[in-house]
Design a protein around this ligand. Sequence first.
Ligand code: F3S
Length: 421
Amino acid sequence: MRLSDDEQRMLNGEMGKGVQQAMEILVKMGELFGAKRFLPVKNAHIDAAAYTTIWDAGTEFIEYLLNNGARVAVPTTINPVSRDIVDWKKFGTTEGFAEKSRRLEDAYLKLGVIPTWTCAPYQCTNVPGFGEVVSWSESNAVNYVNSVIGARAERLPDLVDVCCAVVGRVPEYGLYIEENRAGDMLFELEGFDEEWFQDSVDYAVLGYLVGEIVVNKVPVIKGLPEHTMPDDLKSLSAAAASGGAVALFHVVGITPEAPDLETAFQGKKDYKTVKITPKEMQEMEERLNTAKKDKVDLVLVGCPHLSFPEVREIAELIEGKQVSENTKFWIQTNQTVYDLAQRAGVSKTIEASGAVILKDTCLMEMECDGVWEGQHFVTNSGKAAQYAPSIAGVNITMADMKGCVEAALTGKKPEGGRRKC
Ligand code: F3S
């Protein structure tokens, strides 16, 4: 790689051993991907926050950087950790595990991160501009920031994301290169009436389906309604990055790099077209629905973390009602959204129902140890439908937000809220 004078000084160790270590890793990674140079970044988002992701070895690496003079060089937000920092005891986290998480959180705070502890930094605190080069990890966030905002990002591996934040640079490869951002495959939606795409769960199912087919290429989706909202695209981003490894998608007429088909494909004509009808959506949803029993053990929403409008929607649906004593209702968000919910009085409404709001964390990042094995989860998240069975050994029923609340109130698989084709 060709290095600037400053980058060479970092590599030589003139800015400390921590920066030198980060630079050595990034040069090796850049060479592996054929990068010719580094790009300066204006902000970073780190995925490697949960103790259950990087364990003791990862914690020691962060402490090594810290103890050798490294600090983040640009404003840097960070993913959920492995415990609700305030209410960890309420969720069964043990003292020893909380201590491991606390040690990692402390290291990151000393490194200089902004303690957002969220996988949806784009809905509060860290909102890059169109075309801005950023070093982000966390698959849903990379997909969102590339696709919905039009910033420039790639799926950086855990800990490489920390190195980028420390040197304020990223190797120029993959989706940092303009021509790699062209669409590869067209998905045409057909036969959907106005009942479809009224809830983000439809976007989750679509995202999962598209991700499975396109894997790690760039899909272009045509036919989504004009009323598509950022929270809908958040669901699509997370599911497409889980069903496949999508890091950038275009929605014609909605996302910024796709005002029309020609622009989305950068003039390419030789792309494959896949038709998606209600039948394919129904079949996809049936494959995600692995639960056989009626009784629901846990309803899980907020993967990725919920925005304030989503938290308010739950409050409106649940006001004056009680969660079934046979089930649990877990609502995942970050402290920033929780503060807004408190100010607006909606967290009180939700908590009065018996539902609980997790901050700073998520079930998939918490201490697990088989506690959920064989249980039945209802969720509106395509990413949770992918990860919860493999991480926690559970079975899934997909539902829209109304169906999730219904399941929490009755303790049973929801009847309402989902259409049949
Ligand atoms: Fe976020 Fe955890 Fe889901 S980090 S995207 S809530 S698996």
